[in-house]
Design a protein around this ligand. Structure first.
Ligand SMILES: CC(C)(COP(=O)(O)OP(=O)(O)OC[C@H]1O[C@@H](n2cnc3c(N)ncnc32)[C@H](O)[C@@H]1OP(=O)(O)O)[C@@H](O)C(=O)NCCC(=O)NCCS
Length: 360
């Protein structure tokens, strides 16, 4: 029964109650975060309070409450960040647990969260990113059927060191049964084309119609996360929201017409050395060096001006043209994320690729 599944009492030394997170849990969560080794230090209590007062869109947090000698306390918390659009079948998990008080509550909460994700939200790809050195967490997720898919080099800063993380994922239902698409795919090698003069400049909200035209193209939907038949109003709003310093939009112009765009989103706090890149070119202009020009600008901006040392992206395993472009620009494959997205009636895997640079 629904009530029993979500609020069941689990027999332990102390009674553990699992329930949805409430705004008033913020002090316990602050205590967990400040007690966890390797977590960002000196966080502000009001950040945690605001986060719980206004959870992120698509967040579904659960907590485990232990009835300790001095009263009930949240000792572990999971969050399901629910995917949408082409990633409706996905959810990203986090688990936070008090190092001294949680006992087995973290594991119990995690089991319940996986059940809720798969049986109530119908999520078929659950993933989690963990510090590679946290063998206890890796083993815990591994015991629940999560499999390591990628190792992210130098993706987080911990006490002055850049350390690796791993992505683990658990597939279920039709996603578990899906087969990877073959490399090569839909777009044959095009013959060399003449290279026009390309001007790269910052994108602005005035460019929204050009963005909308490119995002609406079937070939661009195929290679990216765009959805066919997008609403112009929606795209106008999306372009308006893409502003520095978190997001750096670039456009490529040929003869004064915007024919391609790229973007880089910068992570925050102890991941602020990481940028996530994406790009697309109007298919009438493929093979003319525009993707290469956009990529050169992304790298220049990231590494020479805003001090990023890691640029990462996901690319479908059958998008040979894009993979070639990224390899040529120093990106290495760090793993394969299975059933990463849904495309034209089937799940499609994605390579996780990254380029590292050292600050000179
Ligand atoms: C991927 C994309 C941005 C490349 O843009 P582009 O302007 O065609 O790129 P370029 O002309 O600079 O060519 C890039 C490289 O791919 C090579 N290439 C062309 N067709 C290819 C193919 N079918 N298979 C493999 N490589 C191919 C080119 O030869 C070139 O390498 P080279 O300079 O060594 O010759 C563009 O195809 C696109 O927008 N695709 C749809 C959206 C998309 O997939 N975005 C990437 C999301 S991760």
């Amino acid at each position: 029964m629904f009530g029993q599944a979500l609020f069941r009492q689990i027999e332990m030394n102390e009674t553990i109650e699992i329930r949805g997170q409430e705004a008033g849990d913020w002090e316990d969560l602050y205590a967990i975060r400040t007690a966890t080794p390797g977590a960002l230090p000196y966080i502000r209590p009001d950040w945690v309070r605001e986060e719980l007062a206004e959870p992120k869109k698509g967040a579904w947090p659960l907590v485990a409450v232990a009835h300790l000698a001095d009263g009930p306390s949240v000792v572990a918390r999971t969050n399901l960040q629910l995917g949408s659009g082409r990633r409706e079948h996905c959810a990203t998990l986090t688990l936070e647990q008090h190092p001294d008080l949680a006992g087995d509550a973290g594991r119990k909460l995690l089991c319940e969260t996986v059940e809720v994700a798969e049986k109530w939200w119908n999520k078929r790809r659950l993933d989690v990113t963990l510090p590679a050195a946290d063998s206890a967490a890796v083993a815990l997720f591994g015991s629940l059927g999560f499999v390591q898919e990628a190792r992210l080099r130098e993706s987080v800063r911990v006490a002055g060191e850049l350390v690796d993380e791993v992505i683990l994922a658990r597939l279920s239902g039709d996603a578990a049964a899906s087969r990877s698409v073959e490399p090569g795919g839909r777009h044959p090698q095009s013959s060399p084309r003449s290279k026009p003069d390309v001007r790269i400049r910052g994108g602005s909200s005035d460019d929204w119609e050009a963005y909308h035209a490119i995002w609406s193209q079937p070939d661009v939907c195929w290679g990216t996360m765009q959805i066919p038949y997008p609403s112009a109003d929606w795209n106008r709003e999306r372009v308006r929201e893409r502003t520095p310093p978190r997001f750096w939009p670039l456009v490529a112009e040929v003869d004064g017409r915007v024919v391609g765009n790229a973007g880089m989103r910068r992570d925050e706090h102890h991941r602020s050395h990481v940028g996530h890149a994406g790009m697309m070119v109007h298919s009438d202009y493929w093979g003319m060096g525009i993707g290469s020009a956009l990529m050169a600008a992304v790298i220049d901006l990231a590494e020479n001006w805003i001090g990023l040392t890691r640029i990462q992206l996901e690319v479908y395993t059958d998008n040979g043209r894009a993979i070639r472009l990224y390899e040529k620009n120093g990106f290495n494959t760090e793993g394969v994320c299975r059933a990463f997205s849904f495309r034209d009636g089937q799940y499609v895997d994605a390579l996780l690729m990254a380029r590292l640079c050292r600050v000179r």
